[in-house]
Design a protein around this ligand. Structure first.
Ligand SMILES: Cc1cc2nc3c(=O)[nH]c(=O)nc-3n(C[C@H](O)[C@H](O)[C@H](O)COP(=O)(O)OP(=O)(O)OC[C@H]3O[C@@H](n4cnc5c(N)ncnc54)[C@H](O)[C@@H]3O)c2cc1C
Length: 180
């Protein structure tokens, strides 16, 4: 975890971009610089706890996909009330964020060649990891279906060329994408 006492902060949404099966949420964030592999607990300021059975009640954990130009980026898949609410955010809306949390990834030993491996929304922290590694690294990406692979591999997170359902077989690099 980064140094200093962490507090829940209120952040302004800059935009949500639809990327096939995924959504890319951008929030203005001048908070502590995250390490690759860290996450934040997010909740919408309005309309949280207002769904069926008052769900979602608790904030949801989301990997920090990138920090660039004062913005944090999150890659989401709408799988339930929390992610649905966050995917429906619009510019100017507010989210509560607690983070960065978690220990982050261990840097590769000097002289070792890193290979970044992830699948589905699990590709999110590979982008920030690539940002923090010197040079570019090979990425192996897996998706559960061709539709997810097509969109996932063309998200601003990655420049994957080929991805097949259920396997991580794409030799690709994580691009500098995510322009904010
Ligand atoms: C450290 C960390 C990082 C994460 N990073 C990301 C990220 O970058 N992007 C992202 O999209 N997600 C990420 N997640 C996952 C995300 O936090 C969860 O999927 C979250 O629960 C989604 O909330 P929800 O309210 O949308 O869905 P929920 O209602 O919590 O449901 C989540 C999934 O569980 C299933 N489910 C719910 N209840 C049950 C049950 N009783 N029995 C069986 N299945 C059930 C749902 O069908 C759905 O597929 C991360 C999680 C962790 C812990």
């Amino acid at each position: 975890m980064s140094g200093g006492a962490l507090q829940r902060r209120e952040l302004i949404v800059a935009g949500v971009q639809r990327l096939g099966a995924y959504h890319l949420l951008r929030v203005a964030d001048g908070g502590p610089e995250p390490l690759a592999g860290q996450f934040a607990m997010l909740a919408a300021v309005e309309g949280w706890g207002g769904g069926q059975d008052e769900r979602p009640l608790l904030s949801r954990a989301l990997s920090i996909a990138r920090r660039a130009d004062g913005h944090s980026l999150f890659l989401l898949e709408d799988v339930g009330p929390g992610t649905a609410r966050l995917c429906a955010m619009r510019p100017g809306k507010r989210v509560f964020s607690l983070g960065p949390l978690g220990k982050g990834f261990t840097a590769p030993a000097e002289g070792r060649r890193p290979i970044l491996v992830g699948g589905g929304v699990g590709i999110a922290p590979l982008a920030i990891l690539q940002d923090q590694l010197p040079g570019t690294a090979t990425a192996l990406l897996g998706f559960r279906g061709s539709a997810h692979a097509e969109q996932g591999s063309s998200t601003p997170t990655t420049t994957a060329s080929t991805c097949r359902a259920g396997s991580a077989n794409s030799d690709s690099s994580i691009s500098d994408g995510f322009s904010v």
